[in-house]
Design a binder for this molecule. Structure first.
Ligand SMILES: CC(C)(COP(=O)(O)OP(=O)(O)OC[C@H]1O[C@@H](n2cnc3c(N)ncnc32)[C@H](O)[C@@H]1OP(=O)(O)O)[C@@H](O)C(=O)NCCC(=O)NCCS
Length: 175
């Protein structure tokens, strides 16, 4: 199925919200239940931006992230990102992180997520390490850590940002 057809399906689901939603949920569940958690050596990492949108959406949906409901925007975001790191087990997309940047001083890491059954195996840290290496020497590496991920980011070298408060205007409800 072409990506545009996939997006059209999503549009139909948004408008009518019936059979296709059920089929998509079943596909995600099949994906989640058939993946076999591997040893760390089995994971490979790529930097291309043109990823299979269905795999990306499945990864976001498996983590209950609201961006999964905006596949068109998600595809555009990844294509416009300054750097994308994808983690693969064979053909399965098991992790993803990306960065946006001014190209000189500041890099911001909007999204990092690992398929639940692959979490705790070093994939998240490997993606962060690759992104940090890409922007080595930059003045600021910035992210907003979900409460449950704070200790993970500490282990990756991040610390609370001085006397700051994260602030946003957010269209989602998943935080
Ligand atoms: C947070 C996330 C990206 C971490 O990726 P991961 O592959 O599971 O983490 P890793 O296996 O690379 O862990 C690296 C280290 O952090 C620790 N760690 C991982 N998740 C942790 C957590 N939630 N709390 C505390 N420590 C954590 C690991 O134990 C490991 O420690 P070690 O080096 O002492 O062994 C992943 O759990 C995830 O996708 N979560 C859901 C989405 C999310 O919250 N993303 C971040 C949004 S800000």
């Amino acid at each position: 199925m072409l990506e545009n057809e996939y997006l059209m399906q999503h549009y139909v689901r948004d408008r009518l919200g019936e059979a296709r939603a059920i089929a998509a949920a079943a596909a995600v569940a099949r994906h989640a239940s058939t993946a076999i958690a591997p040893a760390g050596d089995d994971i490979t990492y790529t930097t291309g931006r043109a990823l299979d949108l269905r795999k990306v959406v499945a990864l976001y949906r498996a983590n209950h992230w609201s961006s999964a409901d905006k596949p068109r925007e998600l595809r555009r975001a990844l294509r416009k990102a300054d750097a994308v790191i994808a983690a693969w087990h064979g053909d399965d997309l098991v992790g993803l992180g990306y960065a946006i940047s001014d190209g000189a001083l500041v890099v911001y890491y909007p999204h990092l997520l690992v398929l639940p059954e692959y979490q705790g195996r070093g994939v998240g840290r490997a993606i962060v390490d690759r992104l940090r290496a890409r922007y080595a020497g930059y003045h600021q590496h910035v992210l907003i850590a979900d409460g449950r991920a704070v200790d993970f980011y500490r282990k990756c070298g991040f610390e609370r940002a001085g006397r700051t408060e994260p602030m946003w205007i957010y269209a989602g409800a998943d935080h």
